[in-house]
Design a protein around this ligand. Sequence first.
Ligand code: AMP
Ligand code: MG
Length: 404
Amino acid sequence: MVSSPRTVDEHRAVVAALLDPMPAEEVPVAQARGRVLATDVVAAVALPSFDNSAMDGYAVRAADVAGAPVELPVEADIPAGRTDVPALRPGAAHRIMTGAALPAGADAVVPVERTDGGTERVRISGAAGPGEHVRRAGEDVRVGDVVLRAGAVLGAPQIGVASAVGCATLSVRCRPHVLVLSTGSELVAPGTPLRPGQIYESNGPMLAAAVEDAGGTAELLRFVPDDVEQFLGRLRERTADGAVDLLVTSGGVSAGAYEVVKDALTGRGVEFVKVAMQPGGPQGAGRVAELGGIGVVTLPGNPVSSHVSFEVFVRPALRAALGHPQPDRPAVTATLGERWSSPPGRRQFRRGVLDAVSGTVRELGGPASHLLGALARADCFVVVPEDVTELPEGTRVETWLLDG
Ligand code: AMP
Ligand code: MG
């Protein structure tokens, strides 16, 4: 009897269980771009940390300039960075630069453009109301505010605010290190001429890029021939140092002869199953005790199957291990711009292009799993549930937004 296929969600859970939450490490803020924060960042200083000027101009009491035009004596000069700012006497002005501390007694800044720019005395042609051009201490961030939450991905603004509140280093999750192994005796390196029957190896660099996009680090092991002894030998060599958190293979798992991954890892802790999805039916996952208990995910070889399987199973597992609050791709509901049919009993992941203005999605290429050119032009996956076989034009469909 043929056992019923595993569901997509069951296999997602099996793959997710292969990775533990990544430990944290401390890195300099300037090197934290793209990393995932391991702990909340709490502001040790307020932003701004003191009342300061938003303009180059003159610090005054608003009441003294209400009747402008007026002329006031200039009794101090306050460039940014001056730490011994004298208090302002009623009836006087201090020349002040953007970012400099507002003197005690002042409550407004008259921009230099509304003055004659004088250094002994200043002629002020336009008034400034109370609080005008003053940045108040704590108006943006108060001491004790959580400025970044654990799980945040550190981009430029996040690195900026962490630095502004005084962090020199940040606690981030270690990146999962993934060994990407591609099998197939037909595969050759780009840059060398192809003989009939050979193709350029593309899954390795593609999956390595996907690993890095997901926040991991990737190491490539390419051109492993369809030979069990060579496969196991190369694998033992590359996993001996224990640095690999996850092994992702491509190819050699379907129903033909010479299925090297299946032949090598069956009985070694990896379970090979059929998952109710398209593309990407043949899958495998498990831990290989003789390779230090390393987690292994075996993806099918067809490039689109490989990519889709990575997106559905491996990417969310890597992101969950990194502590992302939302490991999955963002999904929206779109309107199908054409009629589709879909096989029963399988969840389809079809490659599409979404028109963001109309919310209409159309397929690119077709459902076949070798159409890598079409995949490269797609910007979304459209998910067709297992029990849906007819999708008239206008059907509302779940659409996963891919990067870029
Ligand atoms: P397999 O699952 O090994 O039978 O491979 C299925 C199809 O994907 C075949 O047409 C292979 O040539 C192709 N394929 C497998 N691995 C790769 C790879 N690393 N790069 C490009 N194509 C591949
Ligand atoms: Mg193969």
